[in-house]
Design a protein around this ligand. Structure first.
Ligand SMILES: [Zn+2]
Length: 453
C-alpha cells in the first residue's frame, strides 16, 4: 500500500487516536429497538464521571450512528417529536449535520471537581456545552454529536424590576441593571442527560426497577431501557431547565463571595400569565430582585428554572386539581390543599428533588449564602449533596396574592420553612376565592354530537 492510499490513511487516523471511524447508518432505515441484537453492536464506550472528557466519552444519541450510539432516547427533550414532523413534512433533511462553528459558549463554565462525581452530576452532561472543543476529533471524523447545553447572554425586562426601582429598592448601576429597568444576564439552556445507575441510586431503587417503571409508564416508548442494560445513558423526552445568572459567573465557586439562588419550578399560569392562585411569579421576581442586589454587591445571583409544570404533573392535571379545589365541599381551603392533588393524580408531587441540585454542581456551586425558597424538599436535596446553605429567605408576606394564601398556608403547615406559624385552625380558616362553579352535571355523549350545518 502506498502512503497516498486513502484506505491506509483512514486506517492510520483510527490507530493514532483510538477513535473508530463513524458507522454512518442510512437515515431511512427503520431500526426496531425491541431486539437486543438488532443494532448498536458497537457503542462508543462511556465512563460516566471520568474527569477526562475523552475517556468519559461523547454522548452519542443521534440517528446517524445506529451501531455506535451509546445513549437511549433522543435529543431536544420533548421537542424531538417535532423533528419527526419536520422530516415527515419534507422540511428537514434527516441527514442534516448541524453547523456548530459559531455556537460555542459566550462565557466559560468549569471544569469543576463536581463534574467528575456522579453523586453530584447524573442528570446533565457536564461537557454538554463544550462538545465542539472536547470531541473535536470525533466531529472531524464525521460523527454527529450534539451539544445538550447552550450558553449565551441576554437583557431581560420585568415590570417587577422597574417597580422595585421606582420604590427605591433597586438602583441602576449601568452594569447589572440599566436605567431602563433591564438587567443583564448570562444564561444556559440544558437538556436532560441521565446516567441511569446513579439516577436509580438517588431514587432508592434498582436500575432494573427504574428502567422497567419508565418503560411501563410510557407505554413501552423506549424498549432499549429493557433490551439494552449495557446502555447506561438516557435522554428522556421531558422538559429541560434554564439557568439565569446575574453578575460574574466566575465568582460562583468562591465561597467567600455572596451567592443568591432560587431553584424555580415552572408554573406557566403564574410565571407568564400572572394567575394569582399561587406565589410562583412573585417568588421568582422577588428572587430576581435579590439576585440583582447580590450581583451589584460583587457577588452572583442564580435562578434555575426547571420545566416541571404543575409539580411535574403537567398543566392539564393542574387545572383539574384547581376545579376540584374550588368545587369541593366547603370550597378551596388550606386544609385540603394537598389532598386535592392526590385525589386527582394519585400523588401530591412528582418533581422529586433528587436530581435538582445537578445544575448547581455544574456551575461549581459549593455554598449558597441566600437561598430564596421555603421548600424543605429543595433545601434538603441541596445540602445532602454537600452544598452549604447559609440563609433561607421566604417570600415577603406583602408579595403573596390574596388567593394564594391557601397554598402558602398549607405549605407552611406541612413543614415549609417560614418565620410564621400556622395552626390547624388557620388551616381551616384559610379559604380561597369563590368562583361559584356549578357542580359537575352529567351529560350524555349524544349532547356532544356536532351538528352539521
Ligand atoms: Zn404556581
Amino acid at each position: 500500500m502506498s502512503s497516498t492510499d486513502p484506505k491506509a490513511k483512514k486506517q492510520k487516523t483510527e490507530e493514532d487516536d483510538g477513535i473508530p471511524l463513524p458507522d454512518l447508518s442510512p437515515v431511512d432505515f427503520i431500526n426496531l429497538t425491541s431486539h437486543s441484537d438488532a443494532f448498536g453492536v458497537d457503542p462508543i464506550p462511556v465512563s460516566w464521571g471520568h474527569p477526562n472528557p475523552m475517556v468519559r466519552g461523547p454522548v452519542i444519541c443521534t440517528i446517524r450512528h445506529a451501531a455506535q450510539r451509546n445513549a437511549i432516547g433522543a435529543h431536544q427533550g420533548s421537542y424531538c417529536v417535532y423533528t419527526g414532523l419536520a422530516v415527515a413534512a419534507g422540511k428537514l433533511n434527516p441527514e442534516h449535520m448541524p453547523d456548530l462553528k459559531l455556537t460555542s459558549p459566550v462565557f466559560d463554565i468549569g471544569p469543576f471537581p463536581s463534574w467528575a462525581d456522579p453523586k453530584k452530576i447524573a442528570s446533565i452532561d457536564p461537557f454538554g456545552h463544550v462538545v465542539t472543543d472536547c470531541y473535536r476529533s470525533y466531529l472531524d471524523k464525521g460523527y454527529d454529536i450534539r451539544p445538550t447545553i447552550a450558553v449565551t447572554k441576554a437583557h431581560i425586562d420585568l415590570p417587577e424590576t422597574r417597580e422595585a426601582m421606582a420604590a427605591g429598592r433597586l438602583k441602576a448601576d449601568g452594569v447589572v441593571l440599566l436605567e431602563t429597568g433591564q438587567s443583564i444576564v448570562s444564561k444556559a439552556a440544558i437538556e436532560p442527560v441521565w446516567y441511569l445507575p446513579e439516577v436509580a441510586r438517588r431514587f432508592g431503587c434498582s436500575e432494573a426497577k427504574l428502567r422497567q417503571s419508565i418503560f411501563r409508564m410510557t407505554n413501552g416508548m423506549y424498549p432499549e431501557l429493557i433490551t439494552r442494560p449495557d446502555l447506561k445513558i438516557f435522554l428522556p423526552p421531558i422538559g429541560g431547565l434554564t439557568i439565569y445568572i446575574w453578575g460574574d459567573p466566575d465568582t460562583i465557586p468562591d465561597e467567600d463571595i455572596p451567592l443568591t439562588c432560587r431553584v424555580h419550578d415552572e408554573c406557566n399560569g403564574s410565571d407568564v400569565f400572572g394567575s394569582d392562585i399561587c406565589t410562583c411569579r412573585p417568588y421568582m421576581t422577588h428572587a430576581i430582585e435579590e439576585c440583582i442586589k447580590t450581583a451589584q454587591a460583587g457577588g452572583c445571583g442564580i435562578v434555575v428554572y426547571f420545566r416541571k409544570e404543575g409539580r411535574s404533573l403537567g398543566e392539564v392535571t393542574k387545572y383539574l386539581v384547581y376545579n376540584t379545589r374550588k368545587r369541593q365541599e366547603g370550597g378551596d381551603s388550606a386544609e385540603k390543599y394537598f389532598n386535592c392533588t392526590e385525589q386527582v393524580a394519585g400523588v401530591q408531587d412528582t418533581r422529586f428533588q433528587a436530581l435538582m441540585p445537578d445544575p448547581l454542581h455544574f456551575l461549581g456551586v459549593t455554598k449558597i449564602h441566600n437561598f430564596i425558597s421555603m421548600s424543605d424538599m429543595k433545601y434538603n436535596a441541596i445540602v445532602n449533596t454537600g452544598i452549604k446553605i447559609e440563609n433561607r429567605i421566604e417570600i415577603p408576606p406583602e408579595l403573596v396574592p390574596a388567593d394564594a394564601q391557601v397554598e402558602i398556608t398549607a405549605k407552611v403547615f406541612h413543614g415549609y420553612n417560614s418565620s410564621s406559624t400556622v395552626t390547624t385552625q388557620d388551616m381551616k380558616d384559610t379559604k380561597g376565592r369563590e368562583y361559584a362553579y356549578e357542580q359537575p352535571k352529567e351529560k350524555q355523549a349524544g349532547e356532544y354530537i356536532v351538528e352539521d350545518k
